[in-house]
Unconditional design. Structure first.
Length: 714
């Protein structure tokens, strides 16, 4: 008759800190391998749930009287207990024990001592000797500890590698995990009788169920896994505090760490010889958490995204999940925390996971590392298709990041890179236009940094942003006036000789299929967009384009745009009712979107200054057609009109415009118009916005005389 299934809630096992997450895996692993292979485990309400044939009392009794510790040894480390100056109290007691539950451990210790003697090691090996020792251990030690060896180190062609979860091969600074593991075993198991020590039961109930226990071990370190119990400054009421450890926490934590010993041979081949090949572990990203700093890139081992699942699973299923440890972005393996966030957003991780707890192995309190909980990432119910857009900038971002990380690179590059990383992580969590606008603006700011540091850009052969497809517009469109106006400016295409508006902002090489910097002339005079405010930059562009039109003897002004602006948006710009900082930031990024198809704006009525309407008729890319039925009229451009308007001298500009229109047979109903100089400059800047034919006809109706009166006026 099958035993009844018992559900036990492990209130002492939560996703944070990392020690408690690993402790849950340790309980699950030990029960599945030593007590009940049919056990199932899952996460619910921030606690680990376990179903097996063991109820609470039998679970406690199993660990107190039957649990057989995994033989964790590290004879390649100093402090491991195998060398004269190492502590011997734990390792000696375990090796001398004849208890069945410790017999395997004692045999493994003896075999390690024989290996140390065979290699004639008098002290812990270093360099090539350590690599040799690791190889010998991998070949000679019993199969039952292969899982531990795989979790502690990897043997690669270029030398041993150490997954960050267990420090550098089972040691964190001067803390050897294996020797401390044996000491904690002796704290809870009497090596002579095999029964529990006097406080073992209280410690176990505290570890498993969160029941408060007195007499926790003081000044016994737990390493990077539990920052709150590691001691140090501000860890107590005094200036400094001692570490406090529950022995069962330490034991079960290391038992759980063995779940991360997945197969890595294939993944090393996939990700390159220098890449980390450890389940759910990637390079550190200095983005996505409140204390993120660029220094974390260099003062961090890596970061691990531990999975949470809410459906009962066997340990074999969980082990298979960790064995793969797979997170992909497109066809490649995730490299850093930003990539991992993208993989989560696109469901490029193993299914069945509901969330990830992100931990970073960061250097804090001097040179000590802690497994700091950085954030919780939920796996979306539906994959985000928009995140595939980010793959369009991957090839551009890789060299930009490489250069930005160098100490000799201008700080603006590093700030731009971090803004991009932060924006990408935000959009992975919130797939909305507002967050996509953060991404496009951050990309544009990076391109601006390239322009402002031409030597760094040229020396490192960096490129402008690549051409982005129209999917970016759908992702970024929040139907705001700033987005529509930025899109309208970005759509200005001009002529083949003068190029798009982007050519006024960055030095582009003409005649190339992909955007490239004009490295021969990074200070090209056509690039007039500088550090001034938005209006000043826009007037600089229209002045330059009108000047070039005169110099090249063009028949029309190079101001054509494929996304004409709405008149009400232009009115809002003229009267200062837009967020110019947002508009400017969006424009830099939207310049990279190829807007080659014409789109008509919505027909929205608006009140515009008559001075703008009058001057706009003098700044058109095509001949003026007053009405749909009328023949187009070529109105010669007068550069002085543009200069006067940009200088804030609206009376002179409008008077001259009225004269020019009258001379072209299109007499206006108004003549000289006086405006405030500041408003005049905004009106001049607004002349840069392309307008549709329908909008132009509205302006002509506003300022030109009716057709019946035009001949008399002329």
């Amino acid at each position: 008759m099958a035993e009844a299934v018992q559900e036990v809630v492990l209130a002492g096992c939560s996703p944070v800190p990392l020690a408690h997450y690993l402790k849950a895996l340790g309980v699950f692993r030990v029960i599945s391998e030593q007590a009940d292979p049919e056990a199932r485990g899952w996460w619910q309400d921030e606690l680990f749930h376990l179903t097996s044939s063991l109820d609470v009392d039998r679970l406690l009794d199993f660990f107190l009287h039957e649990y057989s510790p995994t033989p964790l040894v590290a004879p390649w480390n100093g402090g491991s207990g195998f060398y004269p100056k190492d502590k011997q109290e734990g390792i000696a007691a375990v090796q001398a024990s004849t208890l069945p539950r410790l017999l395997s451990y004692a045999d493994t210790i003896q075999r390690c001592r024989e290996l140390v003697a065979e290699l004639q090691m008098q002290a812990a090996p270093k360099g090539d000797e350590k690599a040799e020792m690791l190889t010998v251990c991998r070949n000679a030690l019993p199969d039952e500890i292969v899982t531990w060896l795989d979790a502690a180190f990897r043997l690669a062609q270029e030398g041993p590698k150490y997954p960050p979860l267990l420090g550098t091969g089972g040691i964190d600074g001067r803390l050897d995990f294996t020797n401390n593991f044996m000491q904690r075993i002796v704290d809870v198991i009497d090596p002579e009788t095999g029964g529990p020590t006097p406080q073992s039961s209280d410690w176990l109930q505290c570890a498993l169920f969160g029941i408060r226990a007195n007499g926790l071990l003081v000044d016994k370190p737990i390493g990077q896994f539990f920052p709150g119990g590691a001691g140090g400054p501000n860890a107590s009421a005094d200036f400094d505090g001692d570490p406090i450890t529950n022995p069962w926490d330490f034991i079960l934590m290391l038992e759980g760490a063995l779940a991360f010993s997945g197969s890595v041979t294939r993944r090393i081949a996939d990700t390159g010889p220098r890449a980390l090949s450890y389940p759910f572990t990637v390079r550190t990203a200095d983005a996505g958490y409140g204390t993120a700093a660029s220094a974390d890139i260099h003062a961090s081992r890596a970061e691990t995204w531990v999975p949470l699942w809410d459906r009962p699973a066997s340990y074999q299923e969980v082990q298979a999940l960790f064995s793969e440890g797979r997170a992909t972005v497109g066809r490649r393996t995730a490299r850093d925390g930003v990539d991992f966030a993208r993989a989560v957003g696109t469901l490029g991780v193993d299914r069945g996971i509901t969330a990830f707890e992100r931990f970073g192995y960061l250097q804090r309190n001097g040179q000590a590392y802690i497994a700091a909980p950085l954030d919780r990432w939920l796996v979306p119910k539906r994959a985000s298709q928009s995140l595939d857009l980010l793959m369009q900038v991957d090839r551009w971002l890789t060299p930009f990041e490489r250069v930005s990380r160098r100490d000799t690179t201008p700080a603006s590059f590093g700030r731009a890179l971090r803004a991009i990383k932060t924006a990408i992580m935000n959009v992975c969590r919130h797939d909305t236009p507002a967050y996509w606008q953060e991404v496009i603006a951050a990309l544009g700011a990076a391109e601006a940094a390239l322009v402002r540091s031409p030597k760094t850009t040229v020396d490192n052969r960096l490129s402008p942003l690549p051409s982005l497809d129209l999917g970016w517009l759908s992702a970024c469109d929040d139907d705001s006036v700033e987005f529509r106006l930025a899109l309208s400016l970005a759509s200005i295409r001009g002529t083949e000789d003068l190029g798009a508006l982007r050519a006024n902002m960055i030095p582009l090489k003409s005649g190339t299929r992909w955007p490239q910097f004009n490295t021969d002339n990074m200070d090209h005079p056509f690039v007039v967009w500088g550090h001034a405010d938005l209006c000043a930059n826009m007037t600089a562009v229209i002045l330059r384009r009108c000047m070039e039109a005169q110099r090249l003897n063009l028949e029309a002004l190079p101001l054509h745009g494929t996304r004409p602006a709405r008149l009400d948006d232009v009115s809002a710009f003229i009267y200062g009712e837009v967020n110019e900082r947002k508009l400017d930031a969006l424009l830099w990024g939207l310049n990279a979107v190829w807007l080659d198809s014409e789109r008509e704006p919505a027909d929205v009525r608006a009140v515009l200054p008559a001075s703008f309407s009058l001057l706009k008729l003098m700044h058109l890319p095509d001949p003026l057609r007053p009405t749909p039925q009328a023949d187009p009229v070529a109105v010669p451009h007068e550069p002085e009109i543009t200069r006067l308007a940009c200088a804030g001298r609206m009376a002179g500009a409008t008077r001259l415009a009225a004269q020019r229109l009258t001379g072209s047979g299109l007499p206006p109903a108004i003549g000289t118009i006086q405006e405030d100089p500041a408003l005049s400059r905004r009106i001049a800047a607004a002349l840069l916005f392309p307008l549709s034919d329908q909008a132009i006809q509205r302006l002509t109706k506003q300022v030109l005389l009716p057709a019946k009166e035009q001949s008399l006026a002329t």
